[in-house]
Design a protein around this ligand. Structure first.
Ligand SMILES: [Zn+2]
Length: 383
């Protein structure tokens, strides 16, 4: 038997037991929607294709404070490698173990109970609260938050503050808040040569040999040095393929995929023209396809970052660092509307891993932090 668990941890367990691998929501949003409806929220289901999205709002006045999150999870990997089944949500050493426990059903459970507590204490609160949930954050992310934001923008429903409950803490709950993210730009570069026999290289043109000096230069480029909020832009090659499998054939083509995580100090245009110039300098016969998947964004330190930092300090004693590291998140779709957006949630050390876990104590502290932000931004507001 385990010790009694809090209401937030019980909700987290219920969510983890639903194997909601992208884009399948497996009823998570129904459970959460029922609770929000009972707390006085108006629910709007906004499905798109196979994706479930929920927009739940309480109040019609500004400012609007939104909690955003996703109910989908990444696949488990080898189930037998888990120390307890990934969808059983066992509690071991005061941690809930399971796929999605940290990314991000823990954050979602905490935002729901925080909102419930807040509206019980302040039923006539000024401003409005909304919860935005999607089942497509870990996948293509086209029909999820982006879709909901499109609908909101079409009807001029604007968000003032948004807290995304992604796991941003690094070592201790409350050490890191993300107030922006780098951009992400992908490329698939195909270098054309001429296939032939390895014994007759004068009759062929080896694209591997052509590519190597160019790739070596590409990976050595210093794109920028970042700025006070962003680390410098980086490029990583993720896939490289050439060859027929035979050892006596010079391949006809080489394909390389790479991705840049870029700061606002470098633009997409600058990256593309520099890569094209490099290909021309190396006299390559090539095609390149770009994938623009996220633009960088930043929320300047101000009302929202201050409220979250203060709430963290009250609950944990820590002074949280503002940071723009990590991968992309749905904040990229919300920030361009002009909203102040931050991401804050549990420790991310085990996300997407075997034995993903989150501390019950942290989940309870997180609820308290979210509730304190609500109090600061809505209840203590001066009209
Ligand atoms: Zn996530």
């Amino acid at each position: 038997m385990t010790a009694a668990t809090s209401e937030t941890v019980n909700l987290l367990i219920d969510l983890v037991r639903r194997d909601s691998v992208t884009p399948d929501d497996k009823g998570c949003q129904d459970v959460l929607g029922d609770r929000l409806a009972a707390a006085g929220f108006e629910l709007e289901s906004m499905p798109s294709g196979p994706v479930s999205n929920l927009w739940a709002r309480r109040g019609q006045q500004a400012p609007l404070l939104v909690f955003a999150g996703h109910t989908d999870v990444v696949p488990t990997g080898d189930i037998n490698a888990w120390s307890s089944p990934p969808f059983s949500a066992d509690i071991v050493d005061d941690h809930v173990i399971g796929r999605g426990a940290a990314d991000m059903k823990g954050g979602v459970a905490a935002m729901i109970t925080a909102v419930e507590r807040f509206v019980t204490a302040y039923p006539e609160h000024p401003g409005s609260i909304a919860v935005l949930l999607t089942s497509d954050e870990e996948g293509p992310a086209v029909e999820g938050t982006r879709h909901v934001i499109d609908v909101l923008q079409q009807r001029n429903e604007s968000i003032d503050y948004c807290i995304v409950g992604e796991p941003t803490s690094a070592h201790t709950l409350g050490d890191v808040i993300r107030h922006g993210r780098r951009g992400s730009l992908g490329a698939t570069l195909t270098i054309h040569g001429k296939q032939g026999h390895v014994a007759y290289p004068h009759l062929a043109d080896n694209p591997v040999h052509r590519a190597m000096p160019m790739l070596s230069e590409l990976t050595a480029i210093q794109w920028d040095t970042g700025n006070e909020h962003f680390p410098s832009t980086t490029l990583q090659i993720s896939n490289l393929h050439a060859g027929t499998g035979a050892t006596n054939v010079i391949p006809g083509d080489l394909t390389v995929e790479f991705n840049l995580r870029y700061s606002p100090e470098t633009t997409i245009d600058a990256i593309e023209s520099r890569v094209n110039q490099l290909c021309r300098d190396h006299h390559l016969d090539y095609d390149i396809a770009w994938k623009d998947s996220a633009h960088p964004f930043i929320t300047s330190p101000g009302t929202l970052t201050n409220a979250v930092q203060q709430a963290i300090q009250e609950s944990t004693g820590l002074v949280a660092t503002l940071d723009t590291g990590g991968g992309t998140s749905d904040g990229r779709f919300i920030a361009p509307t002009g909203a102040q957006v931050i991401e804050f949630g549990p420790i991310n050390a085990t996300i997407h891993q075997i034995d993903e876990r989150v501390s019950c104590k942290d989940i309870d502290a997180l609820t308290q932090i979210y509730e304190s932000v609500l109090i600061q931004l809505l209840a203590k507001r001066e009209d």
